[in-house]
Design a binder for this molecule. Structure first.
Ligand code: F3S
Length: 409
């Protein structure tokens, strides 16, 4: 990989051991994936923050680093709300370690905002290069915003933040962003069904790039849930939705002349010639999608906000509550800055008995492990809650979750 003189000096340790270590990470990745150079990034989002996942070894590694990030950088959710951890049942030992991790990152100039929806703080622009690591945030940035990021690991996102650059490979290159598989969904979808679709489709797609042809036009929040679940049950980092997402028109150069006839001869879908729909096609069993949203367990925790809730999702919960209070434990996970921006919404939720949690979520916090059955409105949480918290999970729409929460009120 070509390095500028300045990059070479960093690589040779002339700017200290931390930057040398970071440059070594970027160069090693670049060499593995065939990058020809480093490219500047606009921002970084760094995973590996919860003490539950990185433990003492991770804390020690971060604490040894020196220097300041070169671009705006934020963190992924950690193991607790920094203020409400006692209320969450987190013990002092865990809290102490978690605060040390947060402090270690903060000392590197990273904004101590722990969220998987960094695009609510500052929305990347189409074509921006980023180094983000949380899989749903990566999927959203690539697919919904048309920015460009690989699915970084915690250390490589941190390396990119401290150097201000990342290796140019994978989804940073246009030729790697073409769809590889077509998914036509022949029935209208609503709310939590987008997450359920992502859950079912992701497992079939693996790390491919799907282009969805849908009957309904998803909202931005529905796209967020689709991508989060695709990234959780598969390893999808970019998807397109015909007529919706900004790169859905993307065409490999050799497919420019495809005939419309050739594309949609199997059914009556009207697909303009300029679109490229890969022949490789997966048929989704809508029965399976619907079945997922219609299981009924009796939850002892209802957890919403995976990925962290948007303003619109907070409003949706408040609307579903009406004048009722919840009679079960209900968590809504939100980014701290979103909560600070809309205090009236947060206060309303609290008035109805809901616990609003910042900095953390129902998957990365050990507090979730104390429950037996969790109801969620997210395909991603449905996938991870059983495996990472050993808690049974079911998915429902936001409205259904609130109905279960208020039963008897
Ligand atoms: Fe975010 Fe936690 Fe879900 S990190 S995407 S709320 S699993």
């Amino acid at each position: 990989m070509y390095l500028t003189k300045e990059e070479e000096r960093i690589y040779n340790g002339e700017q200290g051991p931390t930057l040398q270590k970071m440059m070594e990470i970027l160069v090693a990745l670049g060499d593995i994936y065939g990058a020809d150079k480093l490219i500047p990034i606009k921002s970084a989002q760094i995973a590996g923050v919860s003490y539950k996942t990185i433990g003492d070894a991770g804390l020690e590694w971060i604490s040894d680093l020196k220097g300041k990030v070169k671009v705006p950088a934020v963190l992924n959710p950690m193991g607790m709300d920094r203020d409400l951890y006692s209320r969450m049942g987190i013990d002092e030992g865990f809290a102490l370690k978690q605060k040390e991790i947060l402090y270690a990152y903060e000392s590197l100039g990273i904004r101590p905002e722990c969220t998987c929806t960094p695009y609510y703080l500052e929305k990347p622009r189409f074509g921006d290069h980023l180094a983000w690591s949380e899989s749903s945030a990566v999927c959203f940035a690539n697919s919904v915003l048309g920015a460009r990021t690989n699915r970084e690991g915690g250390p490589s996102a941190l390396a990119a933040a401290l150097i201000g650059k990342t290796a140019s490979y994978g989804l940073h290159l246009k030729e790697n962003r073409y769809p590889t598989v077509t998914i036509k969904v022949k029935e209208p979808l609503h709310g939590a069904e987008y997450g359920a679709l992502g859950y079912v489709a992701g497992a079939r797609i693996g790390d491919g790039i799907p282009i969805f042809v849908l009957k309904t036009t998803p909202t931005e929040d529905e796209l967020k849930h689709l991508g989060a679940a695709l990234a959780a049950s598969g390893a999808v980092a970019l998807f397109h939705v015909l007529n919706v997402t900004p790169e859905q028109y993307i065409l490999p150069p050799d497919r420019m002349e495809i005939e419309k006839q050739e594309l949609d001869s199997e059914d009556d879908w009207q697909v303009p010639t300029r679109y490229f729909l890969p022949r490789n096609r997966i048929d989704i069993d809508m029965g399976k999608v619907r079945l997922l949203v219609n299981r009924h367990i009796e939850p002892d925790l209802i957890a919403l906000g995976c990925p962290h809730a948007s303003k619109e999702e907070l409003e949706e919960i408040i609307k579903a509550l009406g004048d009722r209070n919840v009679r079960k434990e209900v968590w809504v996970c939100v980014g701290r800055s979103v909560g600070a921006k809309y205090p009236e919404l947060v206060n309303k939720l609290k008035e109805h008995g809901i616990t609003v949690l910042y900095d953390t979520c129902m998957v990365v916090s050990p507090a979730a492990n104390h429950f037996k059955k969790m109801m969620v409105n997210s395909g991603k949480a449905l996938k991870y809650v059983p495996s990472m918290c050993s808690v049974e999970a079911e998915i429902g729409t936001t409205k259904e979750c609130i109905e279960v929460a208020c039963k008897g009120d």
